[in-house]
Write a protein that binds this ligand. Structure first.
Ligand SMILES: CN1CCN(Cc2ccc(Cn3ccc4ccc(-c5n[nH]c(N)c5C#N)cc43)cc2)CC1
Length: 250
């Protein structure tokens, strides 16, 4: 997978050089390229923003600069056969970014991220590229960031761990909370490791029993309880067909 990121803060993406994403890049699973938006300005101050039409607080990012930057990245061409990139625009007014959306993105050969700052990008940029590319305006949550870079970090890491070969244990990804399937809309229950007793706190006996069916049942009970306690909104989304008799007793 090829990922291009255009930003006025390319240094914000240093975390993509380490850990899971960094290793995926070293192994050639991910090709991430960073671009400094200001490289497409033409004034001495490298201006990327201006006052909003219609008044109001803050500044808006100029369409000309973004247009030249996006055109240049597209012109570089992507992976063989990839065609044009899917453009992802983080915004507080976007559609929710979910695990389901991440799974969709993980199947794409080429993603182009355009994280903005200030009050966002002139709306004509999205209008322009919707006529040429698939453009997704997405939000990572109902809170307000100062810009889109943190959202890109979240999205890239979420997508990277879904790519074949990135996570050693593919089953772990398949068992993810929120992944489509039996765990969709269920939170993970508690996890434990050695020692069997720590400061007087024992590991639940069932986990030491070696009885896999009972352990699986206990883990599902814990997931249902945790979901009920922490995210009752998700319980409402559970498909009643996916619940067995025992689930209904939890
Ligand atoms: C007067 N009012 C008029 C409405 N604005 C709304 C507003 C506009 C921009 C910004 C800052 N910002 C700039 C680019 C950018 C991208 C993503 C996100 C973002 N925030 N939260 C998420 N889940 C995000 C994601 N993904 C924030 C961004 C903050 C708030 C406030 C002032």
């Amino acid at each position: 997978m090829r990922i291009d990121i255009i930003s006025i803060f390319p240094e914000y993406f240093t975390p993509l050089e380490v850990s899971l994403v960094g290793k995926a890049r070293e192994r050639g699973i991910l090709d991430i390229r960073l671009h400094q938006l200001r490289d497409w300005t033409h004034d001495v101050h490298k201006t990327v923003d201006d006052t909003p039409y219609g008044g109001g607080p803050g500044m808006v990012m100029k369409p000309e600069v973004w247009g030249e930057a996006i055109d240049a990245v597209i012109a570089q061409g992507g992976p063989e056969g990839a065609g044009l990139p899917r453009m992802i625009v983080p915004t507080p007014s976007g559609r929710p970014f979910t695990q389901r959306v991440a799974l969709e993105y993980a199947r794409e050969p080429w993603l182009l991220f355009t994280p903005a700052r200030y009050e966002g990008i002139d709306a004509r940029v999205v209008d322009e590229y919707r006529s040429r590319l698939r453009v997704d305006e997405v939000s990572i949550g109902d809170y307000v960031l100062a810009g889109g870079e943190a959202a890109v970090l979240v999205i890239v890491e979420t997508v990277a761990r879904l790519l074949p070969g990135v996570i050693g244990n593919a089953q772990s990804v398949a068992d993810d909370s929120f992944a489509p399937g039996p765990m969709e809309n269920l939170l993970e229950g508690p996890v434990y490791t050695k020692p069997p007793v720590w400061r007087g706190h024992p590991v639940p006996e069932i986990l030491l029993s070696g009885h896999h069916a009972r352990i699986a049942r206990w883990r599902r009970d814990q997931a249902l309880r945790r979901t009920f306690e922490m995210r009752p909104d998700l319980i409402a989304r559970l498909d009643p067909e996916s619940l067995d008799e025992r689930d209904r007793e939890v």
